[in-house]
Write a protein that binds this ligand. Structure first.
Ligand SMILES: O=P(O)(O)OC[C@H]1O[C@](O)(CO)[C@@H](O)[C@@H]1O
Length: 241
């Protein structure tokens, strides 16, 4: 486990963008695992900037996102498909056919999940996985539970997550209560993982993830078992280490 402590959100975003850009440069047909939420927004802005300076080419890149709200279509402004298009894909030369996000509108979440897992495998698994972390230490939407979920699956979001994510919606009632999320198998099979965390709200989760036991009640703690994981965390997120 490698820990890169940086000053603030901006330095975290720059560092993460640099690692992602290097991955794309080194292997131009990389498979990237991408995250949503507020944490990676700065990184995506930096990536777009690097792209504009013509330093990276996404034409052969494939991406898989971690999760999508169940019940939202990609056209919904709160969906993660919409988020990815707005914040990254519409600004770079990626072929959208090669960008994958679970279909939140499926009427068969199990089939959708199985197909998603198969597709990740068909593409040779993820080269670089980018993760954020919830204040309850969830990664993707893998909530604290009695066991680690393996494959992509339909998740009941817990109250803390629904409350935290309500800041993106008009009201608490509008926040979807379920999501389709990659499980730990795809995440742990990624060749390299970077986890980004910024702010005091993440300090406890970071401490438990890095220093605590490997338990499903702290989903991100499973990363202790990964051979190539780098935490890029700012001073506040690192304050309890
Ligand atoms: O980055 P945020 O907005 O704090 O969210 C934390 C995590 O929760 C999610 O929004 C749910 O998957 C992730 O995308 C993110 O990593």
């Amino acid at each position: 486990m490698k820990i890169i402590k940086v000053k603030d959100y901006e330095s975290m975003s720059k560092k993460a963008a640099f690692i992602l850009a290097s991955q794309v440069n080194i292997k131009d047909d990389s498979v990237l695992g991408l995250a949503t939420g507020s944490t990676p927004l700065g990184m995506y802005k930096e990536i777009i900037q690097i792209y504009k300076e013509r330093l990276i080419d996404f034409s052969n890149i494939t991406t898989f996102n971690l999760d999508e709200y169940y019940g939202l279509s990609g056209k919904d402004h709160q969906s993660y498909r919409y988020y990815m298009n707005q914040n990254l894909f519409d600004h770079i030369n990626i072929d959208k056919q090669n960008t994958f996000i679970p279909n939140g509108k499926t009427d068969n979440p199990e089939l959708e999940s199985n197909n998603y897992d198969k597709l990740v495998e068909e593409k040779g698994n993820i080269d670089l996985q980018v993760l954020g972390i919830g204040s309850n230490a969830h990664i993707g939407f893998n909530e604290p539970d009695e066991k680690f979920a393996s494959g992509t699956h339909l998740v009941d979001l817990n109250e803390e997550t629904i409350k935290a994510n309500s800041r993106f919606f008009n009201s608490l009632d509008e926040v979807p209560k379920k999501a389709i999320s990659m499980g730990m198998r795809n995440i742990m099979r990624a060749k390299k993982i970077i986890l980004l965390a910024s702010g005091i709200d993440k300090a406890e989760a970071i401490k438990n993830t890095i220093k605590g036991d490997i338990i499903p009640e702290v989903p991100a703690s499973i990363l202790q078992l990964h051979p190539d994981v780098t935490f890029i965390i700012d001073e506040e997120a690192a304050s309890k280490l």
